[in-house]
Design a protein around this ligand. Structure first.
Ligand SMILES: [Zn+2]
Length: 429
């Protein structure tokens, strides 16, 4: 049940709600399910037209496919159709909260915000910042980058009762000076805005950071020195983190954003998701379009499960091989420890769904507003027809978690019949 302001008044099975609130106007959507809207914590709006171009690793992929494309947003009008399509496709897949990077262009960023405002999606966006080691067409003056980002933040952060928000968006350390990163940390703090960037995605990227910042202990330390790490910081990828880096990130309460299909697509590696969760990190899920091939977050949930199972199976095989060696128990334990052969259980579909909903909301500090269907929260929800993912229409004999598993592994366009943000229909028939 939703009130006139778009908040959830009550949430319960259909029959129970009817009994408790007789006489209220009813829309009977059965056998569809009503679920919380999905939260995509990391994607690049301008890169949508470059999805699924295979063959390269991160740094050459950026130089060949992405930078030339992003340069096109110097024309602010380019952002209008791009943003319209991007948000429409996110909503069609059930993503009601979109956290996304734009390009370095202030005007284009402003246009993208206007599209988000108009289409009704909940969005946290940011103009990309980069002031060195990138093509001339995209390289910014440090002070101008900070001033333009602050101006966008002042215009858009908290707009429409907090439906829109601003994230300061340094692309990643290899293209940012320490002055830029320290400056944006101060601005984000001042405005209560988010910070989003990339961390520890690719081995060549990590090596480049080491060259560029020899004074820093490691990649994470670069961001720590700049004052960028805190509970409102979203860090894309976080695959190859050392124990020391993880301790710093946990202490800061920063979010590690898992982008499984992007990590596979540009050959970055497999994030040890179970281990990061077991260590107590905040973790969310994301499509990372255009590194990731689709805005379908169900597919990301499936990939998160698949990669976690693959990791588990590989480690189990390695442990077997280790057992076959002529080593005493002590030595075997030390080798297993050194190689990180912990037999963590794989992620389940229910856990992946949690990451894509309430987990994402918690990562943003918005768990009192979105992420689940509870009285008092905003009515951000989707109408999902499980029959669309079901080859045999035998839902009656499946448990709810089995139906959910099927929707995750067999997501299809059209499975999400409608999407609502604050009770307003923003997608659907
Ligand atoms: Zn990214």
């Amino acid at each position: 049940m939703v009130d006139g302001a778009g908040r959830i008044l009550a949430a319960a099975p259909f029959a129970a709600l009817q009994r408790l609130h007789p006489g209220e106007p009813v829309q009977d959507l059965r056998p569809a399910w009503i679920l919380p809207g999905l939260v995509d914590l990391h994607a690049h709006l301008p890169q949508y037209s470059a999805v699924a171009l295979d063959g390269l690793e991160l740094l050459p992929w950026l130089e060949n496919h992405i930078f030339p494309l992003e340069a096109g947003f110097a024309d602010p009008e380019a952002a209008v159709p791009a943003a319209r399509l991007f948000f429409a496709h996110q909503l069609a897949w059930g993503t009601t909260t979109s956290v996304a990077y734009l390009t370095v262009h202030q005007e284009a960023a402003d246009r993208a915000f206007r599209e988000a405002e108009a289409c009704g999606i909940r969005a946290i966006l940011g103009k990309v910042m980069m002031d060195r080691h990138c093509p001339d067409a995209l390289r910014e003056d440090t002070a101008a980058s900070l001033a333009q980002s602050a101006e966008l933040c002042e215009t858009w952060h908290g707009r429409d009762g907090g439906r829109l928000g601003y994230a300061f968006t340094p692309r990643f350390a290899p293209v940012c000076s320490m002055d830029l990163m320290a400056g944006l940390s101060r601005e984000a703090e001042k405005h209560g805005a988010w910070i989003q960037t990339h961390l520890s995605e690719n081995l060549d990227e990590i090596a480049r950071v080491r060259e560029l910042f020899p004074e820093a202990r490691d990649y994470t330390d670069v961001y720590a020195r700049a004052g960028m790490l805190g509970p409102r910081t979203l860090l894309g990828h976080c695959i190859h983190l050392s124990e020391g880096e993880r301790a710093v990130l946990r202490e800061a309460g920063a979010t590690l954003v898992h982008c499984p299909r992007s990590n596979a697509f540009i050959k970055s590696g497999i994030m040890p998701l179970r281990q990061w969760l077991a260590e107590g990190h905040r973790v969310g899920l994301a499509s990372d379009v255009g590194g990731g091939p689709s805005l379908d977050l169900w597919g990301e949930m499936a990939a998160a499960c698949d990669q976690s199972k693959q990791r588990w199976a590989e480690r189990r095989a390695q442990l077997r091989r280790l057992e076959a060696l002529d080593l005493d128990a002590d030595a075997r334990g030390r080798v297993a420890e050194a190689l990180g052969l912990h037999a963590h259980a794989p992620i389940t579909p229910v856990e992946a769904f949690h990451l894509a909903t309430l987990g994402g909301a918690r990562a943003l500090g918005l768990e009192r507003t979105i992420g689940s269907l509870e009285p008092g929260k905003d009515a951000d929800f989707i109408v999902l027809d499980p029959r669309a993912a079901d080859p045999l229409a035998d839902r009656a004999v499946l448990r709810p978690e089995e139906v959910l598993s099927r929707c995750i592994y067999r997501s299809t366009p059209g499975m999400v019949q409608a999407a609502y943000v604050r009770g307003r229909r923003v997608h659907g028939r």
